[in-house]
Write a protein that binds this ligand. Structure first.
Ligand SMILES: [Zn+2]
Length: 337
């Protein structure tokens, strides 16, 4: 039988699905082990195949943060772990997260390092934070996977293998990121400052409204009127498709932050920094890549573009608190006409 001390240690910040995958690969449950010796035909007839495919696939279920799932209870039972221990190690995220079916962001350097440390590319929890499109360890902007296995429990392995097969593309991407580095650095400054403000909030309702205020700014700056600001960002959207294109404006308003790449969210944070008055025009002009003609460097130009989004004004008013408020937004008067 298994016990906690015989299992691989969770990696710092590792997501539960990633650890479950590593545990099963390293020390498979007896039912799974019994499948290994079978040929394809016999395996397809085995009563264990379906449950195995379910646990390996885990499709559509959030095994990173939804600790009440039956799959997690089954896993805990098979490996003799307490749910309390699982919750204490893989505790929920501290902010809004990208839903599992849109999960796509990762840091390749972290994956390479974890292979050196534990022999597997691990998937980290913090990569799912919507307002943190940067690696918490390396500070770089996260990459976003193009494949469609976002919700499978071997996602990290899958992405890593996929990336190993496209060195040319990664190199091109690295060049783009280099050109955009100063804009991303300002975006990271904004993300860090937002976090600091939210952490300090004493009152939970005030903190929640502060987060809503920031999420509204994020949503605004990702809407189509602002799309020309993202012209140099490769892979602005993930999982675009006919079904997505037909959605109405309001549902898109809520979905964009979840569906765009981390690189796009990083640039959005830069635009938010201008609106919040945290990035002045000189800083923005200095950071702007030379060939990026359309990128905004002033609040008034962003407000001008956002003009038709009438619904957003009362939202920002509603969520205003002592943390963030319309009265402190740069050039708000230009928008509030
Ligand atoms: Zn990293």
């Amino acid at each position: 039988m298994f016990n906690q001390s015989s299992l691989p240690d969770p990696y710092p910040d590792e997501a539960l699905s990633s650890w479950m995958y590593r545990v099963r690969e390293t020390l498979p449950e007896p039912e799974i082990r019994s499948l290994w010796g079978l040929n394809d035909h016999d395996r397809s007839l085995s009563p264990f195949v379906t449950p195995y495919m379910k646990v390996v696939g885990g499709r559509g279920k959030d095994l990173d943060f939804d600790f009440e799932r039956a799959e997690i209870y089954r896993f805990a039972e098979a490996y003799d772990l307490s749910i309390e221990w699982i919750k204490s190690v893989f505790f929920p995220a501290s902010g809004q997260i990208v839903p599992i079916w849109f999960r796509s962001d990762y840091c390749l350097r972290c994956m390479e390092e974890s292979i050196g440390d534990v022999g597997f590319p691990v998937y980290l929890k913090s990569w799912r934070l919507i307002l943190k499109p940067f690696c918490q360890k390396h500070g770089c902007v996260l990459r976003s996977a193009k494949n469609y296995l976002h919700d499978s429990i071997d996602f990290a392995m899958d992405v890593f293998e996929y990336d190993s097969g496209r060195p040319g593309e990664l190199e091109r991407e690295a060049k783009w990121l280099e050109i955009d580095a100063e804009v991303h650095a300002l975006g990271k400054m904004v993300a860090d400052r937002v976090e600091k403000v939210l952490v300090k909030a004493q009152d939970e309702i005030v903190r929640k409204n502060g987060e809503r205020f920031i999420m509204t700014l994020l949503r605004m700056t990702l809407m189509p009127p602002c799309w020309s600001y993202y012209s140099s960002i490769i892979k602005f959207r993930v999982q675009s498709g006919k079904e997505f294109e037909c959605k109405n404006e309001l549902s898109l308003f809520y979905q964009y932050p979840q569906r765009v790449t981390a690189m796009a969210r990083a640039r959005s944070l830069y635009l938010m920094g201008i609106l919040l008055g945290w990035i002045d025009e000189d800083q923005a002009e200095n950071a702007k890549p030379k060939n990026d003609f359309y990128l905004a460097t002033s609040a008034s130009s962003i407000w001008r573009r956002l003009g038709p989004l009438h619904r957003v004004r009362p939202m920002l008013q509603l969520y205003s608190t002592e943390l963030f408020g319309i009265s402190t937004l740069a050039d708000w008067g230009g928008f509030n006409v």
